[in-house]
Design a binder for this molecule. Structure first.
Ligand SMILES: NC(=O)C1=CN([C@@H]2O[C@H](COP(=O)(O)OP(=O)(O)OC[C@H]3O[C@@H](n4cnc5c(N)ncnc54)[C@H](OP(=O)(O)O)[C@@H]3O)[C@@H](O)[C@H]2O)C=CC1
Ligand SMILES: CC1=C(/C=C/C(C)=C/C=C/C(C)=C/C=O)C(C)(C)CCC1
Length: 317
């Protein structure tokens, strides 16, 4: 039960990664500002969170089951919350997908949207009536830089994050009238199980339907370059949790927040040249002329975009 003055925070996808770290960070707040409901779809995975929660477990951190793909799971979870009051929801649950589009079925693509778009929409629809009644609330979405700028071989994942960005960009306007804030957290690469799950998936695939040249670009060009990006630019899940906590604590929370300043130039290009050619050709060169050029061109990019797009992001890591 939340003690008075405490904010009730419901987070989805807390069995690992960013969700787990955010739940622990909020529950460990020295000012005890938050009553955290850390949810996950498979309670048999709660061990890692229980361990990380330490003394906050069943004090300021409570674990509950919630699968964002099922209405009854959402209803069940919310009905167990006192007066159904959630002050802040962090829609963190999400799944990735990489690979040649020719070898991905429409069904597979729909499952990505089911979690990354409709899972978030389901949570918002369930919580909005009460937030509007109370004229107060904060809807946080763990989006991604890939929700702002596509990345080669991340086609469907990008589409699902673009979708939730468009949904929230539209919704935010009317919600302001009800004193409800919407915030899109947009990390670049983060070192969690996310990348490992993607690698495991593609290691078992023969890429049916994709031509050998495309498969070669994916396996021999993209995968090594992507791993390099995770290694050189990847942030820790704690850094993302810290950035999210910063946004949650704002008097007037921002609508967008990129967590990794190193990634800013890659997004800024889209606004620096509205034909889109700068973005496409730069990514093309970074990918296919990978290697020494890569590091130089990232530095050059920051100069080209003259940091004029930078707002106060925190430093990487
Ligand atoms: N890692 C990265 O590079 C980046 C990640 N993101 C986003 O951050 C969020 C968290 O990802 P991250 O922590 O990195 O990766 P993880 O794979 O570690 O965490 C994803 C979490 O989402 C949960 N989840 C998946 N589907 C559902 C569902 N239907 N209902 C409830 N929970 C579900 C997973 O649960 P389970 O254990 O049961 O699978 C897991 O707890 C995602 O939205 C991702 O898109 C954004 C930018 C970068
Ligand atoms: C920047 C960059 C690349 C990869 C970017 C990646 C892999 C970003 C991953 C972001 C994630 C994982 C977001 C999750 O939501 C390439 C194409 C290798 C080369 C061109 C420059």
């Amino acid at each position: 039960m939340a003690s008075d003055g405490q904010k009730v925070v419901l987070i989805t996808g807390c069995s690992s990664g960013i969700g787990l770290r955010l739940a622990v960070q909020l529950a460990s707040d020295p000012l005890k500002r938050f009553h955290v409901i850390a949810t996950m779809r498979n309670l048999s995975k709660k061990g890692k969170l229980e361990e990380a929660a330490g003394a906050t477990l069943n004090k300021t951190l409570h674990i509950a089951q919630l699968d964002v793909c099922y209405d009854e799971s959402v209803t069940q979870c919310l009905s167990s919350i006192q007066a159904g009051r959630v002050d802040i929801v962090v829609n963190n649950a999400g799944v990735g997908k990489i690979g040649p589009v020719e070898s991905l079925s429409i069904e597979e693509m729909k499952t990505i949207f089911e979690t990354n778009l409709f899972g978030v929409v389901r949570m918002i629809k369930a919580l909005l009536p009460d937030m509007k009644k109370r004229q107060s609330g904060h809807i946080v979405v763990m989006s991604s830089v890939i929700g702002l700028q596509g990345v080669v071989f991340n086609d469907v994942y990008a589409a699902s994050k673009f979708a939730i960005e468009g949904f929230c960009e539209s919704l935010a306007v009317q919600l302001l009238k009800f004193n409800i804030y919407v915030s899109m957290i947009e990390p670049g690469p983060v070192n969690t199980e996310f990348e490992m799950k993607l690698m495991e998936e593609v290691s078992q695939s023969e890429f049916p339907g994709a031509d050998p040249v495309t498969v070669q670009y994916f396996k021999d060009v993209y995968l090594p370059a992507s791993h390099d990006i995770f290694m050189t630019m990847g942030q820790t899940p704690d850094a993302i949790a810290q950035a999210t906590m910063k946004v949650i604590s704002m008097e007037r929370p921002v609508f967008r927040y990129q967590t990794n300043v190193l990634y800013t130039p890659l997004i800024a290009m889209k606004y620096a040249d509205n034909t889109g050619n700068l973005s496409v050709r730069t990514f093309y060169n970074l990918l296919f002329n990978h290697g020494t050029m890569f590091k130089i061109s990232l530095t050059l990019l920051r100069i080209i975009t003259c940091n004029c797009f930078r707002s106060g992001e925190i430093s990487p890591n």
